[in-house]
Design a protein around this ligand. Sequence first.
Ligand SMILES: *Cc1c(COP(=O)(O)O)cnc(C)c1O
Length: 387
Amino acid sequence: MYILGAEERAAADRVLAQGNLFRYMPEAHESDRFEAELAGRLGTRYALATSSGTGALICGLAALGVGPGDEVLMPAFGYVADVLAILAVGAVPVVCEVDESLSLDPADLKARLTDRSRAVLPVHMFGLPSDMESISRIARDHDLRVLEDACQAMGGRYRGRHLGTLGDAGAFSFNQAKIITAGEGGALVTSDHELHERAFLMHDASSVYDGRSFDHPVFAGLAFRMNEVSAAILRVQLNRLDDIQAGLRRVRAQVAEALNGAGRLRPVPSHDPAGDSGTHLAVRAPCEASAAALQEAVGRIPGLWAHRAASLGHSFFEWDVLHERRGAHHRLHDPLAGDAPAQGPDQLPRSREILGRTVIVGYTLDAGEQAIERLGEHAREGAAAWA
Ligand SMILES: *Cc1c(COP(=O)(O)O)cnc(C)c1O
């Protein structure tokens, strides 16, 4: 969350005053409008509002027809929700190494393909775009579907095109930590009619309220609907996106400038620096100890925060359900039972090495000159330690 003001309060109030909190009430229009505005902004034919980013990922995978017997390839740096969504549809996550850019390494993706590979799930972490050109080429050559996890990348681009719109479908999250938020929420965008219909069926399986008819046969889904209060807030937040992003990019440039020249710290290379959504600055230290020293120093400055890449559920090394092969609430429902490939935490050495030296620096929109100055001082003092 970066800005939450009077306009969001007014939007929530408007819905509460009308009393139509459920999106398929005949008089309710906020979710419909939010979907139209989001699709319009991103340039996709469809957007489906959901109750979370995880829900959007599950709807996306279900829409693509991913299920038992399938493998879905994803990077070692993402979020545990990617693993959970793949397991939720009965498929097996196959985790690939990341490259220096903190995104799915196309060479390792290729190396892990089997005849069960069905889809690839690139994750644009902290707004850093994945190498979509290489990933799309491999997907084309090997008949894989592409679902982008753009949960952290709203507003980011790859070669001018919005992240989340480069694959068959893209998932966004609007939880409290994301660039625009309603506390919880998500969306799945696609330009494919059948995918949209299937995602719709998954998100509102019974589909009795909306009264629409489907070209695709109805199947049993779940409930991942958005509510009207969230949609009304998100419409305001979407209008603020450009301002939030411009502000974040400004602070990001100041943070980068302050750290410039601090020993051997380097910005993490990007597949499209112009497309970065601006929420964080990822920096690479020469070793784990200097990464820890940087994290500690940044963490003491109000308005800034820092965490190690291998924390907060973002790295492969924390995904215990995968390592311990507990892929469901019930054994007979568990895609990791049986002969699924085992991936223990001792695997993916390259990702461990890269993530261990990476620090993610975040900032508030009003981090201010003082914070930046203090960061610059720390950088000069710490230059020796971080070398
Ligand atoms: C936040 C996030 C999600 C899931 O979002 P929720 O809305 O919390 O379910 C998925 N992937 C990534 C990369 C995220 O950051």
